[in-house]
Design a protein around this ligand. Structure first.
Ligand SMILES: [Zn+2]
Length: 341
């Protein structure tokens, strides 16, 4: 049964005949003026009759066309820049879409006119709570509009917030296994299986904890030029290694937590490098010495990493690691056997 049939059945259980349902539906469609689907009209009738009432804890996957009093929470995946347009009567309008998601799906919150200013207050990853919104069937499925309702940015009081996955989980895409020889600039979500063949360097910098851009120290405080505000600095480690899979060799960059997965905590690495510098090494040689002394055993280890390929004029093609997987030997064997047929 599709959603329309489900609603139809629910209305029949409430005591309405097929004929009555059909008549109510047509009346509703006429009232709203053609912007509504049959399913949407039935949803409105069902909510008016109190059949659909507990809408406090709706999930995005539950949304149907024509709902009112929609109460939903989702994480912002992105939004379109507000676009101005001219209405038939000559007046100016503006429109923008915010894409939100929870564990059950994705939808767009469509903003009209003055509502588009909301895009100035939000960022990717924020949580939005829409209270008393409405739904309409759009080009890409059911979408939400604020209507007479409101939007709360980063609410704290809703139990559904806890079940909303973090941004990287919501935007995760399947990775594609590749050979290093095939990698090209711009490849994203690739996975390679390779041996660590070279330890290049480990570097540290003071970052803004929000945007990870480099902070500057001025007037005795740390300042993020990107966020344009005073911040607490966060020390970030970048580890670079050479990976080899027999088809080719590529420089790989492990950032922050990925670097810690490889080398241990940032502060431990930082103080060991600093210690070497105090014994007369310059920064570069201290970094290299630290890797050779402490992490020699990484050489020759096999790892499976996924990430993106970028080009850098100093280091050439670089693999930016987003995820490190433990090498799962039986799984690897099965996939090789499958390839061999
Ligand atoms: Zn910043």
């Amino acid at each position: 049964m599709d959603k329309k049939e489900v609603l139809w059945e629910q209305l029949k259980k409430k005591g309405l005949s097929d004929h009555e349902i059909q008549a109510k539906m047509e009346q509703k469609l006429q009232e709203v003026g053609g912007l509504l689907t049959d399913e949407g009209a039935l949803t409105i009738i069902a909510s008016e009759l109190g059949i659909i009432k507990e809408q406090d804890y709706l999930r995005i996957g539950d949304l149907l066309d024509g709902m009112t009093n929609v109460n939903i929470v989702g994480r912002v995946l992105g939004y379109t820049e507000p676009r101005e347009f001219q209405r038939n009567d000559g007046s100016k309008g503006a429109v923008s879409n915010i894409i939100i998601a929870d564990k059950t799906g994705k939808t767009a919150l469509t903003l009209w006119d003055h509502e588009v200013r909301l895009t100035e207050q939000i960022e990717r990853g924020d949580i939005l709570k829409i209270v008393d919104g409405i739904t309409r069937e759009g080009r890409r499925g059911v979408q939400i509009q604020i209507g007479r309702g409101k939007v709360i940015v980063n609410p704290e009081d809703d139990p559904r917030i806890e079940e909303i996955p973090p941004l990287f989980k919501l935007t995760e895409r399947p990775t594609e296994r590749k050979e290093i020889a095939e990698l090209e600039e711009g490849n994203r979500f690739c996975e390679i299986r390779a041996t660590i063949a070279k330890l290049y360097t480990v570097k540290f910098y003071d970052a803004c904890p929000e945007c990870y851009k480099r902070v500057i120290f001025k007037n005795n405080v740390f300042f993020c030029p990107n966020c344009n505000k005073k911040v607490e600095k966060k020390r970030v480690m970048i580890f670079e290694a050479g990976l080899d899979d027999c088809t080719g060799f590529i420089r790989a960059s492990f950032f922050e937590r990925k670097a810690e997965e490889m080398l241990g905590t940032t502060s431990e690495a930082y103080y060991k490098v600093k210690d070497l510098m105090s014994k007369g090494h310059d920064a570069r040689s201290a970094q290299r010495q630290y890797l050779n002394e402490v992490h020699q055993t990484l050489l020759g280890q096999e790892i499976v990493v996924s990430g993106d390929v970028t080009y850098n004029e100093y280091t050439g093609l670089t693999f930016t690691v987003r995820d490190i997987r433990e090498l799962d030997i039986p799984q690897e064997c099965y996939s090789i056997l499958e390839e061999l047929g």
